[in-house]
Design a protein around this ligand. Structure first.
Ligand code: FAD
Length: 339
């Protein structure tokens, strides 16, 4: 059977874009990216607050860029502009607003992939680079359906200025939400822990300054038991496990995301505990199927780490074992299959 593509990349975030750029540099022409968002790097667009500082050294991880794709310290907007420029420079073919529905392994090698728009792709190899933010964690208590528009898992739909917000969580996402929202909203941050050990030093300092300046409320040891619709403003009544009850116009959860295990399992990827099983080149146990980015970052991802996984997948994985690459003489980090 003739295969349409040499490489199908699922997810056009930092890892997917880096994989595609390195593939282009290796002479892999027949490639396609499928992205579920309306634009590339959708997790960054969606989860980073406007103007957010973006650090190349993130969570203390001093990692240099191994390949062609890199960023410098800047903001959400400069990072997105840099990624835009790579997409344009390498003319990356991205299909937006679509998700992979099914991946079947073909006898004799390769895959048949169907997306949610009903398109079908036959491809020799696949790199899954869907990150871990696709599915935000939800609390384990029920959320009243009538509170739609008042309960949020990101800032996609905006929260009207002046309306009160309870942010729930204690990691960087929750702290960055607080730093973004406090200026226009009466803001409270509730965290069940007793210190913000999961957040970085800069975010902790910003929060501490806002807290001591009386700019927002910070409640530690505040574990939420449930939400109720009051049917009148403020709509969301929050009951805490210590018996405290308070009402807010909005509740915003920043309690992390989980590996999209279902997606990986459906693609045949083996999962050990919470982590997908891959070798040092991020090849799964399915021949020709690789993972990249946060999926293989062991719970501590960064943009540069995501770039580097794409570089390694292409030069040490795909070009060695699956595809014919044009490897420049003396190319750093790349071994020819004949060597
Ligand atoms: C609030 C916050 C702040 C951060 N700040 C920094 C920072 O300052 N510096 C830093 O280095 N890192 C930072 N990070 C971490 C960094 O954003 C990630 O490590 C990086 O984005 C991982 O890249 P990725 O390509 O693996 O995944 P993602 O960026 O999550 O990209 C995955 C892409 O795949 C798409 N996708 C998901 N599911 C599907 C599907 N089923 N089909 C098709 N497409 C799909 C998504 O829409 C997205 O475009 C931060 C993270 C958060 C949450």
């Amino acid at each position: 059977m003739a295969l349409d593509l040499d490489l199908l990349i699922v997810g056009a975030g930092p890892a997917g874009i880096s994989t595609a750029v390195e593939a282009r540099r290796a002479g892999i022409e027949r490639l396609m990216l499928l992205e579920k968002g309306p634009s590339h790097s959708w997790s960054i667009e969606k989860l980073y607050t406007p103007g957010k500082r973006v650090d190349k050294v993130y969570l203390g991880q001093e990692v240099d860029c191994d390949g062609a794709v890199c960023i410098i310290d800047g903001t959400r907007e400069t990072a997105l502009a840099t990624l835009d420029a790579f997409v344009a420079q390498y003319d990356l073919p991205i299909q937006y607003a679509t998700e992979v529905e099914r991946i079947d392994t073909l006898e004799g090698g390769g895959f048949r992939v169907r997306d949610t728009r009903g398109d079908e792709f036959l491809t020799r190899t696949i790199v899954i680079a869907i990150g871990v933010f696709g599915r935000p964690n939800k609390p384990d208590y029920p959320l009243p359906g009538s509170l739609k528009g008042h309960v949020h898992f990101d800032l996609n739909h905006g929260i009207p200025a002046g309306e009160s917000v309870l942010i729930i969580g204690g990691g960087n996402t929750a702290l960055e939400y607080a730093a973004y929202l406090y200026a226009d909203h009466p803001t409270t941050l509730a965290y069940r822990g007793h210190e913000f050990a999961k957040a970085n030093e800069v975010n902790r300092q910003i929060l501490s300054d806002l807290d001591s300046g009386g700019k927002l409320g910070v409640w530690l040891g505040a574990d939420v038991a449930g939400l109720r619709d009051t049917s009148t403003a403020p709509r969301v009544e929050v009951t805490f496990k210590d018996g405290r009850v308070e009402a807010f116009d909005h509740v915003l959860y920043g309690i992390g995301g989980s590996t999209p295990e279902g997606f990986l399992k459906a693609a045949g990827v083996m999962i050990d505990g919470k982590s997908p099983v891959v070798d040092e080149r991020f090849h799964t146990t399915v021949p020709g199927l690789y993972l990249a980015g946060d999926l293989v970052a062991g719970g501590k991802g960064s943009i540069v780490k995501a770039f580097n996984t794409g570089h390694r997948v292409v030069w040490e994985g795909l070009c060695q074992d699956h595809l014919e690459c044009r490897i420049p003489e003396g190319f750093p980090g790349a071994r020819r299959s004949s060597e």
